[in-house]
Ligand binder design. Structure first.
Ligand SMILES: Cc1cc2nc3c(=O)[nH]c(=O)nc-3n(C[C@H](O)[C@H](O)[C@H](O)COP(=O)(O)OP(=O)(O)OC[C@H]3O[C@@H](n4cnc5c(N)ncnc54)[C@H](O)[C@@H]3O)c2cc1C
Length: 666
């Protein structure tokens, strides 16, 4: 076995690395120079979508300094345990980092780094929540700081569930309080590529072995040997399978088992788009029947989205067919969904079927264990799959360190097998609960029914009566009660166990002073929206009407009429149509809200709201209208306008996509 690395767990002071097995990673294989995409992301670092520093939310940094990591790192005594890690994804790299910081020797075998780099830019960003950021802080404060700098903060805003069709809030999640109460960092979203590169750079190119597919292993009792596809063999003290949902290590440990299809296929995309409520809303799950849609701010004027649709696995779209299919599936859904699909290029839409794996009680055997998706791949609905892999990594490194300390004290060999069992025991309950929550969240998101009749086949005509489905009340009641408890536990439940993370190191990020109010008051949330208000023609006479930008001057209302008005205290909106009276209606603005007043017109003024209710407004009384409502001047459907609020930087995109001359002002 000429190519075998000569490594002996007992005599480790001079490990012999054959040059062929430990090439210094060439830049061709894997360069730590940041790619153009990453540089692009780096430019976003700490920057909100509006181009302002996120500190506009009052982010405050603690004055207590982080520990002098470099010094500590330099002083870390070398510990004679070698970890072999199959897989250089999030789990594998964080474990490698954690083990390296503890002073262990590490080797990561990754089958294809370019897959992460290549697909990564389209796989898009990943949410790293407070619990995982805290674990990362405990592992390596500098790396955690870098991840937080590059990431886009979403946990300081309103996140939650809305009805997919109307866009109305169903339940809001407070992800800020569980973090701030415990002094944990607030949830961020970060590009997967950026995250992987930050981690890989910190781990070091001498540790990551690219183009190294693990196909088998041998556990000899006192050491373990990894076997690569090319026949090379490497020895170490333990092997960790961090090789993802289709893990080879898992298969060889426990035999083949099928991953479980979630019943959903998932399209993902990233778009240059800034929603009007970007300052107030981080991510939103749009609920529907057998389909749902998730959108999240990812910073720098970009939004990431996921569209889930119930169907058998293995479906394939025709060339350039993804966007078209999504527009069909989500037809009739609120603007927030449709605008995002429209704003996304076909080329950056990816599709994958969603699988998970039910976690088992036993995570390993002997000197081999599993970590991350290889043992507990979960549905993405909680955004916790990668976070759990980070928590796993912290725990595993900690247990190995304890075993090392124990062996020093007792003068006995390091008890690797027991430490792996302790790791498994410490992790399995928390992981199983979060795994279950992710399944439950998927079920809830997709069985949501806003109205009676939804999904009832022959009885679906009932939906037109818009009778709220009783399940929505029960569901909301349950979620209102359970969600704060769940979030507290998911985001903060592991933090008290973390060693090496100074509690006082971070005073945590700070949210807007209005956050509490936005949770309780939908109206305040809507009024805080900063976009431009338009009314866009969409009735029978669309071709002859122009989009109109509404005037936000409280002292200068607009008069809608069939003839122009030249009163300097008003602006004039002229609609030369049969059912529009000379002075038909007034549009006015106050405190972040728009109102329309019918001026005793002959044919009336009508509003159709986002719940599908249509009513004639009373004369001489200002009636509030909202985004997505329709306003009709007259009853002949000739002058129908849809209310839309658009952020100026996304105006062009939406305008192009909708092929409308949006910036025509009255
Ligand atoms: C649509 C979607 C959205 C998600 N969003 C989030 C989110 O917001 N937040 C979150 O925390 N999680 C999220 N997740 C889950 C998250 O992506 C995974 O949980 C996470 O990537 C698991 O990390 P891992 O290292 O265990 O596995 P992986 O990331 O799958 O990495 C495994 C690595 O092993 C390598 N490998 C595989 N086989 C071998 C082999 N035989 N030899 C050598 N190398 C091998 C692979 O190339 C890969 O690099 C999401 C998942 C999906 C599908």
């Amino acid at each position: 076995m000429a190519s075998t690395l000569c490594y002996n767990a007992i005599n480790l002071s001079t490990p012999v690395f054959s040059r062929t097995q430990f090439p210094n990673q060439s830049s061709k294989d894997f360069s730590f120079e940041f790619s153009p995409f990453f540089r692009h992301w780096s430019r976003w670092a700490g920057t909100s979508t509006t181009g302002q520093k996120r500190t506009s939310f009052g982010e405050i940094k603690a004055t207590v300094a982080a520990p002098a990591l470099e010094t500590e790192r330099g002083r870390s005594p070398e510990k004679k345990i070698r970890l072999l890690i199959a897989g250089g994804g999030i789990g594998g790299l964080v474990l490698a980092l954690a083990a390296k910081r503890k002073g262990f020797e590490v080797l990561v075998f990754e089958k294809d780094l370019s897959a992460i780099r290549g697909e990564g830019q389209y796989r898009g960003p990943i949410q790293i929540q407070s619990n995982a950021l805290a674990a990362l802080e405990a592992i390596d404060m500098e790396v955690a700081e870098e991840v937080m700098r590059v990431g886009c903060v979403t946990g300081d805003r309103i996140n939650g569930l809305v009805d997919g069709v109307s866009g109305s809030w169903y339940v809001k999640f407070d992800t800020f309080t569980p973090a701030s109460d415990r002094g944990l960092p607030v949830t961020r979203v970060i590009s997967r590529m950026a995250l992987q590169q930050i981690l890989a750079r910190a781990v070091g190119d001498d540790i990551i072995k690219n183009e190294s597919t693990v196909v088998d292993f041998e556990d000899h009792g006192d050491k373990v040997t990894v076997i690569l596809e090319n026949g090379q063999r490497y020895e170490g003290d333990l092997l960790v399978g961090a090789d993802g949902i289709w893990s080879k290590v898992r298969k060889n440990l426990f035999g083949p088992t099928e991953a479980i299809y979630s019943d959903y296929t998932c399209y993902t995309g990233i778009a240059d788009f800034v929603p009007a409520d970007i300052e107030t809303v981080g991510y939103r799950v749009f609920l529907g029947h057998k389909q749902y849609f998730v959108s999240s701010d990812v910073g720098a004027g970009k939004m990431q989205w996921y569209a889930f649709h119930k169907e058998p696995p293995g479906g394939v779209d025709g060339p350039r067919g993804k966007r078209e299919r999504l527009l069909k599936i989500f037809e009739g859904w609120c603007d927030n969904v449709i605008d995002l699909i429209l704003a996304t290029d076909e080329d950056v839409i990816l599709r994958r079927d969603i699988y998970d794996r039910t976690p088992t009680l036993t995570w390993g055997r002997g000197r081999v264990t599993l970590l991350g998706d290889s043992i507990h791949a979960m549905q993405p609905n909680m955004g916790q799959g990668g976070c759990m892999a980070i928590e796993d990594s912290y725990q595993l490194a900690l247990e190995l360190d304890k075993a090392w300390e124990e062996s020093i004290k007792s003068g006995t060999p390091v008890d690797i097998v027991s430490s792996l069992k302790r790791y498994e025991k410490a992790r399995r309950l928390r992981v199983a609960v979060i795994h279950g929550m992710a399944r439950m969240a998927a079920l809830m998101a997709s069985t949501y029914k806003a109205y009676l009749g939804v999904g009832l086949g022959p009885l679906s005509f009932l939906t037109k009566y818009r009778i709220p489905h009783p399940g929505t009340f029960g569901g909301r009641f349950f979620i209102d009660l359970a969600m704060p408890l769940m979030l507290n536990w998911v985001l903060g439940g592991n933090s008290s166990k973390l060693e090496g993370r100074p509690q006082s190191c971070r005073l945590s990020d700070k949210a807007s002073d209005h956050l509490r109010k936005w949770f309780e008051d939908n109206d305040a949330l809507e009024r805080a929206m900063k976009g431009e208000w338009f009314i866009l023609p969409h009735g029978n006479a669309t071709g002859t009407l122009q989009p109109i930008r509404l005037n936000r001057d409280e002292n200068k209302p607009s008069i809608v009429g069939s003839v122009p008005h030249d009163d300097s205290s008003e602006t004039s909106i002229t609609l030369p149509l049969p059912q529009v009276s000379n002075r038909h209606a007034r549009i006015s603005y106050k405190d972040g809200a728009f109102f329309v007043t019918d001026l005793r017109s002959e044919h009336g003024t009508w509003i159709a709201d986002n719940e599908g209710r249509r009513y004639r407004i009373p004369p001489n009384f200002p009636s509030r209208f909202r985004p997505s409502d329709s306003i009709e001047f007259g009853s002949d459907k000739q002058a129908v306008f849809r209310v839309k609020v658009i952020r100026s930087s996304s105006t062009t995109t939406v305008a192009q996509k909708e092929e409308s001359d949006l910036l025509q002002t009255a």
